[in-house]
Design a protein around this ligand. Structure first.
Ligand code: GZL
Length: 358
């Protein structure tokens, strides 16, 4: 029961195949009660668009296995960051704890590899497929293969641009749009005294829905504020070393005239911080640096003043994913999207939120 309560506290239902705020999941490990309606500020941009709902005849007939037969195939995007490694370890842990068979494969950031990974998982008899998509569009052939067999697909942490209920069952993830908004609002507040805010946006691996929506949410705020000057918008592929190089070049080419770096993950924020310090800039005085993820290392950097803020994005939500699989096996109607709650963390609240780290 404690687990279910924890779930209710940590999950926000967004929209269901039947109707927004519709059926909740019952069963042994019922997922949280569906909220009557999604909080207005949350996920409207990440929530599947109205026309994303399957027309009644298009919905895929998913064939759920019994608990005894369950063999989960997890197609992981890459293991290039701490975040991804913790995510895969969390999936293995929960499967082991609940006595389920799981096969985890790693596409090493290559969509073609990920598509063949999914084919291989199906050939090995996996009867529920979980996918962290390298690319939200390019993953479609893998979804089609599963659909042909009626094998339920659950998107996790990086989504598909397909239609929920037709191309996949549901999507468990942080709300990346909200994360981008939080970051934009934090920078707007910190730079409230500036007529124009010179911003460098350091992006993650292009093609992922996480990058698309973290940027989208941030630019929503920038458009509303009207005084963000995007000096640079460049990918550093979620890599700390690549971000350090990109930031060093940006600082050199602008003479250090950047007010704030918005980095799509903490690994890159930590790399940017090294570049800023090497350039003699004082973080939180000469420049602000905002990341996303909430790594312990970032929380420590916030405490010592070398990172300004981050937005949590936990990799540890396999419990919720397996609760969703169990509800599907019990014949319950699943929501099309489950948002994992995130919070902005800076020097004012890093101690109280430290346990959210990884
Ligand atoms: C978010 C996840 C992102 C992390 C990055 O769900 O896909 O990928 O924020 C990671 O650190 O590389």
């Amino acid at each position: 029961m404690k687990k279910v309560l924890a779930l209710i506290l940590s999950l926000t239902m967004i929209c269901s195949l039947t109707a927004c705020g519709g059926a909740s999941m019952e069963g042994e490990n019922p997922a949280p009660e569906a909220e009557t309606e999604a909080p207005a500020e949350d996920t409207d941009a990440q929530e599947p668009a109205e026309d994303a709902e399957p027309a009644s005849g298009d919905a895929t007939e998913w064939v759920w296995p019994s608990k005894e037969e369950l063999h989960v195939g997890y197609a992981q995007a890459d293991l290039a960051s701490t975040w991804r490694t913790v995510e895969s370890e969390d999936m293995q842990r929960v499967a082991d704890e609940r006595g389920y068979k799981i096969t985890i494969v790693n596409a090493e950031g290559d969509t073609e590899q990920q598509i063949s990974d999914v084919e291989s998982l199906l050939a090995q008899g996996c009867n529920v497929i979980v996918i962290t998509a390298v690319d939200g569009d390019a993953i479609q052939p893998a979804l089609d293969k599963c659909k042909e067999k009626g094998v339920p697909v659950i998107m996790k942490a990086r989504g598909s641009n397909g239609v929920p209920g037709v191309d996949y069952v549901t999507f468990f993830s942080s709300d990346f749009v909200a994360e981008g908004r939080y970051a934009g609002e934090w920078i707007a507040k910190a730079c409230a005294d500036k007529e124009t805010i010179k911003v460098a946006e350091i992006q993650g691996i292009l093609g992922g829905t996480d990058v698309r929506d973290r940027s989208g949410g941030f630019h929503e705020v920038a458009d509303k504020e009207g005084n963000f000057d995007f000096v640079v918008e460049q990918t550093a592929n979620f890599s700390r070393t690549e971000a350090q190089e990109v930031a060093a070049n940006v600082l050199q080419s602008t003479g250090g005239e950047i007010d704030a770096f918005y980095c799509h993950n903490d690994e890159m924020a930590l790399g940017v911080s090294l570049a800023c310090q090497s350039a003699g800039l004082k973080v939180n005085e000469d420049v602000y640096i905002v990341g996303v993820d909430g790594m312990y290392e970032t929380f420590d950097a916030i405490k010592d003043g070398t990172i300004s803020a981050t937005i949590t994005c936990t990799p540890k939500f396999a419990e919720q994913v397996f609760d969703g699989i169990e509800a599907g096996m019990a014949g319950e109607t699943l929501e099309t999207f489950y948002a994992i709650e995130d919070v902005p963390v800076d020097a004012t609240n890093v101690e109280e939120n430290y346990d959210l780290g990884f």
